[in-house]
Design a protein around this ligand. Sequence first.
Ligand code: GTP
Ligand code: MG
Length: 581
Amino acid sequence: MNQLSGTLLPFLYPCLLRSAAPSVRPQAPRVASSIRRHLCSSSRRGQSSLAESNDAKRAAAHEPPPPVTSTRLNPAPDDYGRNVFVDKCTLTVHAGTGGNGCVSFLRDAHISDGPPNGGDGGSGGNIWIQAVAGQTSLHKLARRGIVKAPRGIGGQGKSQGGRKGEDICIQVPVGTVVREVWRSDPVADEEARLEELRAMSDEDLPSTPDDGLRNKWILYAGVTPNEAKDVAARLPGPVKPRRSHLAVLQPRTPINLDLNKAMDKPMLVAAGAVGGLGNPHFASKEDPKPKYATKGELGARIKLELELKLLADVGLVGLPNAGKSTLTRAISNSRTRIGDWAFTTLAPTIGTVVLDNNEGRPLVRSGIEGQPPRVNFTVADIPGLIEDAHLDKGLGLEFLRHVERARVLAFVIDLSAGDAVVALQNLWKEVGEYENLRNRELNEQSQKALIDWNPFESLSSSSTTDQNQQVYDDAGESISIFPPPPTRNLEPLKLPPISAKPWFVIPTKADKDANVTQREFTKLAEYIRQVEAGTVAHPSGNRNGWRNRVAALPVSAINSQGIDKVIRFTAGVLDSLMVSR
Ligand SMILES: Nc1nc2c(ncn2[C@@H]2O[C@H](COP(=O)(O)OP(=O)(O)OP(=O)(O)O)[C@@H](O)[C@H]2O)c(=O)[nH]1
Ligand SMILES: [Mg+2]
């Protein structure tokens, strides 16, 4: 070993030196150990260290393995990933304000007082939105609350235009509905104001330009206070506010987008405001060297409500403690919490089931002809439903709201916990009652909207606290700067009826007492067959409930048995939905 100390080897392979110590490192790289064997073959000390390490390895092999405390499918209750799921949030987007125009004049060795050459301001950043696959929650946007695009940079001398503000793209999960709550568009406000001024007769016109118009101008930095009055008096009349040419790409107001497909390109939500004009724009015969330029336009502000209409491809519906979370862990990458008590899961957790890990051959072949194959689907572990959940017992309404947002429903039934058919019927009863309740509410709301409508009600009377926030000037007078307009009451989302969703049953805990589970499964399978054949009523009580291809797929989630069949069946149902769409 002493031979080694004078070389670079100890630095490159520190394990060679450490191997002389009594501790054993079975994970040492194979290359290092082969070099070690080769180099140390002539050294007696090296031989003894190898012998020691072999002894230690042999001793370790005879040691009993550490006791297994938990597995992935039967973890300790504190072994779970943090769940941050948000399916509804509001977001205020600010399009970038335009950069200011510049007041500048050509200066040269031979020209001391040249023509105007101030550049235009750059336009503000645009706000885009894009639905992307792979995202399942709105929590990041909910945390941000406000998204502001940067403003454009001001113009400069020598006719240099300002740089444009950077664009911002908001990425949301596929299945997000985006609706406008209110909008404040300074350009539209200014247009309306100019329209009003134009309609006024000459006597009614304000004699001097009011603050609103003055605020649009920038005066040359070199003007003295006395000169400033003179320049201000020479300002041209109201300048028509300008919009970015991208504004034509904005969706119609009020915004109402249903982003139900992954988008290749983002969609424009709010175009950045245009930059101000430099002083050459105002040069005229009367005033060839204007000492003013315009400020950039103010960017629009839009308050949006984002809501996930589609939570996941499959929603697991079951009684508390039925084994939904264990099943979610068994079929997906989820690390949802598992515990042998009711209400272990209190908020939905979304897991992704991988059908193709891109290692050559897909694990499950899925997709429809002519379209790219499906590589995964999502599963939502929804908190357990209890009796009278539709009356909001045990946060029932909140949980049922999530059930409504799954494409396909999988009813998880514990085969060892009493009558499986009754358990399934009870779950459907809660879901069906919730649907009736929701339909009744929707009808009541639309009737109320009809009755409450008052054509003579002024806009200001419907103002909200948001709008009433006042700003005061130095003299204590209230001034309103850029106030948000009244909030729009958004209607509840229109969702397809729950009973019309494809559904199937996953009887679980099939590994428990064979006599009981076998008996319950036989009963349940017979009942499902009758529902499919139409000889018994649909368990939701709705005559038009989904009956095609209903199945009962028994599993033992804790042992990962029967899981493949569930994945294949679900992928098949999702494919058939795509074909029928
Ligand atoms: N023997 C057996 N036990 C299971 C199986 N699946 C789940 N369990 C156990 O059942 C208990 C409850 O499982 P969870 O997956 O937390 O049940 P859950 O439906 O998510 O419960 P909530 O979140 O409270 O609604 C745990 O102790 C699991 O280990 C199974 O297939 N076989
Ligand atoms: Mg759970």
